[in-house]
Design a protein around this ligand. Structure first.
Ligand code: FES
Ligand SMILES: [Fe+2]
Length: 448
C-alpha cells in the first residue's frame, strides 16, 4: 500500500494547465524569517570550502546562509543555463510564460514569426515589472505604469511625451539568452553565456524520438519546498533512500541496486534486461547507453553539467506508472512501447524522466536560502485527449508520489541541518558517489 503522505492531495497540489494561477497552489509551511542563525559572523567562503572534508556533507552555512545563497545566485543561477519550460507551452504567437529566478523574472514569449525570445520582465522607463500573470497571450508587452509598449521581440514600439533627442531604439527590453533543444527551452542570465553546443549535441539525439516538440502539457504541479536547492539536488543524485521512501519508484526501476547489495540473481536480471533492451534499441535506432541504474553525473573535472541516457525498466514495466502499463498513446517517433526510460538532467535546475507514452519534467528555481520553487509537468502527445486517451488519475500518481516523497525528505533534512547539533556526515562510496560529484561540481562553480 502507498503511505499517506502530507501534501499529496492531488486536487490541491496539481493543476491541469489551462487554469492559470498567479499563486502557487501548494503553499507549504511557513518558515521563520531566514537569518544566518548560528553563523553570527559572516562566514568566509574560502575558509568554509577549505574546511569541507571530501566525501562528507557540506558545512551548515552552505544550506542556510543568505550570503552564500547570494554567491550561489551569482556563480550558478545567473551564470549557467537554466531550464525554463517547454516550447509547446508557447506554441502560438504572443504566448508567454514567466520564469522567476529569485528576484529576477524572465518573460519567455513567441513572436509573430514563430521566434522564441527571452526578456527581462523590467520596464526600461522606471523599472516597473511588466507582466504579473505567470502565463498568457500578449499582442504587445505594455507596461502597466506609463504604458511604454514593447514588441514581442523586445523592441520599444511606443512611448509618450519623451524628449525628441532620445532614440527609442536604445530602450528595448534587456534580452536573456535562449536556446531550444527538441522542445525544451533553456535560458541564461549571463551577459556572456557559456557555450551551449556540447549540451545540444548530447541531448538533441536522445530527445528527438520522444517528440516534445509535438507534445502538450497534460498537467503541472507547483511546489514551494522549504529546503535549499542543493538539498533537493543531493537527494536527486542518490537512490540510497529509495527502498525506504519510494515504494512506487523501486517497483519500476533498477536505480536502488548498487554493486554492494545486489545478489547474483538481481545482477543477472539487470544484465539480461540491459542486453535485451539494447538489442531492441539498436534495431529501432534509439540512442542508447550500456548501463542500468544510476548514471554517474555530474563531472566537475570535465565541466559536465548535462547528461542523458536511456535505461531499461524492470521486466513487466513499459512505463513509469503505478502498474507499469502505458497510460497514454505513444509519443514522438516511438512505434514500440519498450523504450525503457529516457532520462535527461541539467544543472542547476532540471531533470526529466520519459516513458514511451508520457514525459515528466521537473524544474527547480531558487527562492531563498531555504526555499526552492519546483514545478513538475506531465507531457503527452499533442493529439491525446483527456478522458479519451489518458486520465490524469493514472498519468500523474507515479511521479507525483515520488516527487512529493522527495520534497518531504528534503524539508526534513533542512530542519535537521538547521539544528545546532548538525555537523557534516560521511557519504556512502557505493551509494552516494553522485552526491559527492554534485558537491564537487558545486564547489568548482563557486571558484572565480
Ligand atoms: S515604468 Fe514602465 S512605463 Fe513607466
Ligand atoms: Fe528520491
Amino acid at each position: 500500500m502507498h503511505p499517506k503522505l502530507p501534501g499529496t492531495d492531488r486536487a490541491k497540489a496539481a493543476r491541469p494547465l489551462g487554469r492559470p494561477s498567479d499563486k502557487l497552489e501548494t503553499p507549504r509551511r511557513k518558515l521563520p524569517r531566514e537569518t544566518s542563525g548560528t553563523t553570527s559572523t559572516s562566514p568566509h567562503l574560502t575558509a568554509l570550502v577549505r574546511r569541507r572534508r571530501s566525501g562528507w556533507t557540506l558545512p551548515q552555512p552552505f544550506f542556510r546562509d543568505p550570503e552564500i545563497y547570494q554567491v550561489d545566485l551569482e556563480k550558478i543561477w545567473r551564470t549557467g543555463w537554466l531550464f525554463a519550460g517547454h516550447s509547446c507551452e508557447v506554441r502560438k504567437a504572443g504566448a508567454y510564460f514567466l520564469v522567476p529566478v529569485d528576484t529576477d523574472s524572465v518573460i519567455i514569449v513567441r513572436d509573430r514569426k514563430g521566434v522564441l525570445h527571452a526578456h527581462h520582465n523590467v520596464c526600461r522607463h522606471r523599472g516597473s515589472v511588466l507582466c504579473d500573470a505567470t502565463q498568457g497571450i500578449l499582442s504587445r508587452i505594455v507596461c502597466p505604469y506609463h504604458q511604454w509598449s514593447y514588441d514581442l521581440d523586445g523592441r520599444l514600439a511606443a512611448w509618450r511625451s519623451m524628449p525628441a533627442d532620445l532614440d527609442r531604439g536604445d530602450f528595448g527590453l534587456k534580452p536573456v539568452a535562449i536556446r531550444e533543444v527538441e522542445g525544451l527551452i533553456f535560458i541564461s542570465l549571463a551577459k556572456t553565456p557559456t557555450p551551449f553546443e556540447a549540451a545540444y549535441r548530447c541531448l538533441a539525439p536522445l530527445l528527438r524520438p520522444q517528440g516534445f516538440q509535438k507534445a502538450k502539457v497534460a498537467a503541472a504541479a507547483d511546489y514551494r519546498v522549504n529546503a535549499n536547492w542543493k538539498i533537493v539536488w543531493e537527494n536527486n543524485r542518490e537512490c540510497y533512500h529509495c527502498n525506504a521512501n519510494h515504494p512506487q519508484y523501486i517497483q519500476a526501476n533498477f536505480d536502488h541496486y548498487n554493486a554492494d547489495d545486489t545478489t547474483p540473481l538481481i545482477r543477472q536480471r539487470m544484465q539480461e534486461a540491459s542486453a535485451r533492451m539494447e538489442a531492441r534499441w539498436i534495431e529501432s535506432g534509439l540512442a542508447t547507453h550500456r548501463e542500468t541504474g544510476m548514471t554517474p553525473f555530474p563531472d566537475a573535472k570535465r565541466g559536465i553539467w548535462f547528461s542523458g541516457n536511456r535505461t531499461p525498466l524492470v521486466d513487466g514495466w513499459v512505463s513509469e506508472t503505478m502498474d507499469g502499463h502505458p497510460v497514454a498513446p505513444l509519443m514522438g517517433a516511438y512505434t514500440d512501447p519498450n523504450v525503457g526510460t529516457l532520462r535527461i538532467r541539467t544543472l542547476p535546475n532540471f531533470w526529466n524522466h520519459s516513458s514511451c507514452d508520457h514525459g515528466v519534467s521537473t524544474r527547480l528555481l531558487p527562492a531563498g536560502p531555504q526555499h526552492t520553487v519546483i514545478r513538475v509537468w506531465w507531457l503527452v502527445d499533442e493529439n491525446a485527449q483527456e478522458g479519451r486517451d489518458y486520465d490524469l488519475g493514472k498519468l500523474m500518481p507515479f511521479w507525483q508520489l515520488t516527487s512529493e516523497q522527495d520534497w518531504e525528505i528534503c524539508e526534513r533534512q533542512q530542519r535537521g541541518i538547521n539544528s545546532s547539533a548538525y555537523e557534516p556526515g560521511p557519504y556512502s562510496p557505493s551509494k552516494e558517489y553522485n552526491v559527492e560529484s554534485f558537491v564537487q561540481w558545486y564547489l568548482k562553480s563557486l571558484q572565480p
